[in-house]
Design a protein around this ligand. Structure first.
Ligand code: GLU
Length: 445
């Protein structure tokens, strides 16, 4: 049977590096096994989800190259969840509860005082038909809870190994709210069964959920699937990723704006927290070939944007002009392949090309220290019309007593205004002799 996996974001927010990593693990597993990657939009929470977020999620995944083969939205499938709920009611797995939020809160506080865990005490199971009728007459609508077995549920997790959840230690989950809407728990199971999902790959914050969901799977007669719960991402300092991630270099929106390459982001997210070294990769295929659940460790994976920048630079150093041409055009960079090849080793993100473009072509006076003035004038005189750097250096060595840094640095500063940067040979050729001579003479050119 071929692998079928799904990434199931809720459109209540935008994508951040944490959920992109989950999407990536799903894609890599599908790719490495010749399977199918499904994008499921978990939009049962109509009040909090937005079309704008859903569009942004799809757009970001496409930009990253994480393409899905099938997709569907939960909001279009309420009839299936209703059917499943009816079945669970008939089988005695779903029971109505009338407790208000305040009552539940009070109950939890009392349990706290008594030193008991905050688990729902199933008082709703004791209600008589008359009591239920009385609540309904009061205008209370029931929410519906799934009756857990109270036994332990075990599975072999592809990342965490043997797992076991004591269902007696968790509250019977609410599957349907008082207003009749579904929480995520049941629709997810119904869809996983219906879409014939073989592997559920998601963050380890869902481990307890899985205990309850496995029981719902069983109750609905679904064949059991395989779970892989991956450790969560933490920031560089080991702290939780900020909830207000949208303005930080953690959101796809921000990383895209900052000019990062999809493959830099994917290379980093595929490797952090695994036994493989973090290295740049140029295609998803390479990452898929190297992917294995066994390599994923149990410790949280650190996401460090400094590491991302370094990977991005390495990827750009190998990126051909044809790949970036359109983006350079959009940035207003005028330059051809020679320009790109001259500067690509000295940039971290494509947008940095604009700076080098300005250095080369926008009018600028070179930086010349008083001690270097005569030397730079000599350089201007000796420069040939081809603006050949090696030729210029050879002549300067003959005509002056300068060498090493004392020879090169004044030229670089006069020609580019900077202390470091790309190799001077190609830069000088691109700049042309006239401009170079003028800058060496301290003129604006
Ligand atoms: N919508 C859920 C979430 O974003 C999906 C969890 C799952 O993969 O089952 O957490």
């Amino acid at each position: 049977m071929s692998t079928r996996v799904r990434f199931a974001p809720s459109p209540t927010g935008k994508l951040h590096v944490g959920n992109v990593r989950t999407a990536l693990m799903n894609v890599l597993h599908a790719k490495s096994t010749g399977g199918v990657f499904i994008l499921r939009i978990d939009d049962t929470d109509v009040a909090r989800g937005t079309q704008e977020n859903e569009d942004a999620i799809r757009d970001d995944l496409n930009w990253l190259g994480l393409h899905w083969q099938e997709t569907f939205s939960q909001s279009k499938r309420f009839n299936l969840y209703e059917e499943a709920a009816e079945k669970l009611k008939e089988l005695g797995f779903l029971y109505p509860a009338y407790d208000t939020a305040e009552e539940l809160d009070r109950q939890r506080k009392l349990q706290g005082v008594q030193g008991k865990p905050p688990i729902y005490d199933r008082r709703a199971l004791e209600l008589t038909a008359d009591q239920k009728a009385a609540y309904e007459a009061e205008g209370r609508q029931p929410h519906w809870r799934f009756k857990l077995s109270g036994n332990s549920v075990s599975w072999v997790d592809l990342v965490r190994g043997e797992q076991s959840i004591e269902t007696s230690s968790i509250s019977d989950p609410v599957l349907i709210r008082g207003d009749g809407t579904f929480l995520y728990t049941l629709p997810s199971v119904v869809d996983d069964i219906d879409a014939k999902i073989t592997h559920v790959i998601r963050g380890e914050d869902h481990v307890t959920n899985s205990g309850a969901q496995i029981e719902i799977f069983r109750a609905l007669g679904g064949t059991e699937l395989i779970f892989a719960h991956t450790p969560l991402l933490v920031d560089r300092d080991g702290g939780k990723l900020s909830k207000r991630f949208e303005d930080l270099s953690l959101s796809m929106k921000k990383l895209r704006e900052e000019g990062y390459e999809p493959m830099a982001i994917l290379s980093l997210l595929a490797k952090i927290g695994t036994s493989d070294p973090v290295e740049e990769r140029f295609a998803l295929k390479e990452l898929a070939e190297e992917f294995s659940f066994e390599k994923i460790g149990r410790a949280p994976a650190r996401f460090d944007d400094v590491e991302l920048r370094a990977l991005n630079a390495k990827i750009l150093h190998e990126t051909p002009y044809t790949v970036v041409k359109d983006r350079l055009d959009t940035l207003g960079v005028h330059g051809d392949e020679a320009f790109w090849l001259a500067i690509r080793d000295n940039i971290e993100v494509v947008d940095d090309a604009a700076g080098w473009n300005a250095t080369l072509y926008a009018p600028m006076a070179g930086v010349i220290d008083a001690d270097d003035k005569a030397f730079c004038d000599t350089a201007a005189e000796l420069m040939d019309d081809e603006a050949d750097w090696s030729e210029l250096i050879r002549k300067l060595k003959d005509h002056t007593d300068r060498k090493g840094k004392g020879l090169f640095m004044p030229l670089r500063k006069a020609l580019t205004g900077r202390n470091n940067g790309p190799q001077m040979g190609p830069l000088l050729t691109l700049m042309g002799a006239d401009k170079a001579r003028a800058r060496l003479r301290g003129q604006i050119a």
